[in-house]
Design a protein around this ligand. Structure first.
Ligand code: HEC
Ligand code: HEC
Length: 341
């Protein structure tokens, strides 16, 4: 019986290990206080000082967002490529622009852009006001010079009245058109999701699988380093190894360190927004996770945060379940009534 103490020690060690594991699982499944505050949705939308919110501006901006008369051929509106039915984008790799030709990059979502400091995949616009001019005038998109747009809108009595209400001292100008659109865009915000209810303390709001997936997202998967905070983006640019051709952010800064770097997209409503990436090259969330497991091609511009991952089948499923918990219930978007010519 002289082995008894050894057996006792062994039994004690097993028990401790078991408790540690159980405790570890419990910790992985609920949020820490720091996470609760980092992931809480904000209560207000930020609006800039030089274009503060008014209901009249947002209502006018909504009209313009859905009005095809802002395109040369009267056939494209912002909503043609940022369609609320498809998570405010389109369900194919490249949106179709002027003359029926596909664009060079995938249309990103219009959701939650009020919080973006950098607009476009390569961040070439610094505000929604500056961004909105781009697609109206771009020959490959709506192809309508702003000067012509101003003339067209001035000939529509309903628009003259709506601009007078929204911008009383300015009326219809090349500045107030994008300003009104930007005001509406800031109101395009993702809804309350099961994940948000979990953050607020409802422990049953998401499945155990999604909770484990959140742990992978923050831990082993290293996803939260770039997809950080309540909107799941650091608003920065990274080369995660998707493209060999598109230079991305380097086209703006000229720096080779920015080669193939693109803005980190928000992951809210991601399940409704396939296909993925700046070129729409990955068609499912499983394919996206597969890409991260591979880690991307070794090259100087590849983010040092990209490392091949060892994720098992269950962890992959959990990660996907977590991303699906970032979807809100379907909402109805009422189409605006547009003034006749
Ligand atoms: C023909 C399709 C098309 C039309 C029409 C269009 N867009 Fe886009 N939009 C895109 C594409 C593609 C991109 C990404 C381009 C890039 O990053 O180089 C984009 C980018 C954006 C972004 C940046 C999002 C981000 O993540 O940074 C916003 C905001 C936006 N568009 C709003 C608008 C508005 C407002 C209109 C109408 C005035 C409009 N778009 C019209 C296809 C379109
Ligand atoms: C180094 C920063 C970084 C890390 C780490 C990272 N991402 Fe990303 N993620 C990005 C960038 C940048 C893009 C867009 C890349 C592009 O289009 O070329 C992206 C795109 C995505 C998309 C597509 C979203 C869309 O709307 O097209 C999903 C989904 C995604 N990431 C999930 C994840 C998951 C899950 C992990 C962890 C396994 C992860 N990301 C790790 C930066 C990162």
């Amino acid at each position: 019986m002289k082995n008894l103490p050894a057996i006792r020690t062994l039994a004690w060690a097993w028990l401790t290990l078991f408790q540690l594991l159980a405790c570890g699982t419990a910790l992985a499944q609920e949020l820490t206080d720091a996470q609760r505050s980092a992931y809480r949705r904000p209560d207000t939308i930020p609006f800039p000082k030089d274009n503060p919110y008014t209901p009249a501006k947002a209502a006018l901006g909504k009209m313009l967002f859905f009005d095809t008369r802002l395109s040369r051929d009267n056939n494209l509106s912002c909503a043609s490529c940022h369609n609320p039915s498809f998570g405010w984008e389109v369900p194919f790799a490249k949106a179709i622009g002027a003359g029926g030709k596909p664009l060079g990059r995938h249309a990103p979502t219009a959701l939650n852009q009020a919080w973006s400091r950098n607009l476009f995949w390569d961040g070439r616009a610094a505000s929604l006001e500056a961004q909105a001019k781009g697609p109206i005038e771009a020959p490959v998109e709506m192809d309508l010079p702003l000067k012509v747009a101003v003339g067209r809108l001035k000939s529509v009595q309903g628009y003259v009245a709506a601009f007078a209400k929204a911008y009383p001292n300015e009326g219809i100008t090349e500045e107030t058109i994008p300003k009104a659109i930007a005001s509406y865009e800031r109101t395009i915000v993702t809804g309350d999701t099961p994940f948000d209810r979990w953050v607020r303390g409802d422990t049953r709001a998401i499945s155990d699988s999604a909770k484990r997936g959140f742990a992978v997202f923050n831990g082993k998967g290293n996803c939260a380093t770039c997809h950080s905070g309540w909107n799941f983006t650091d608003d920065k640019f990274h080369d995660i190894g998707i493209t060999m051709t598109d230079k991305g952010r380097m086209g703006v800064t000229g720096s080779t360190a920015d080669a193939h770097a693109f803005k980190t997209p928000s992951l809210r409503e991601t399940a409704a927004r396939a296909p993925y990436m700046h070129d729409g090259s990955l068609s499912t969330l499983t394919a996206v996770i597969g890409h991260y497991i591979g880690g991307g091609p070794a090259r100087p511009s590849l983010s040092p945060l990209m490392k091949p991952l060892k994720l098992e089948g269950q962890e992959i499923q959990d990660l996907e379940a977590f991303m699906r918990s970032l979807s809100s219930p379907q909402t109805m978007i009422a189409m605006p009534n547009l003034p006749a010519n």
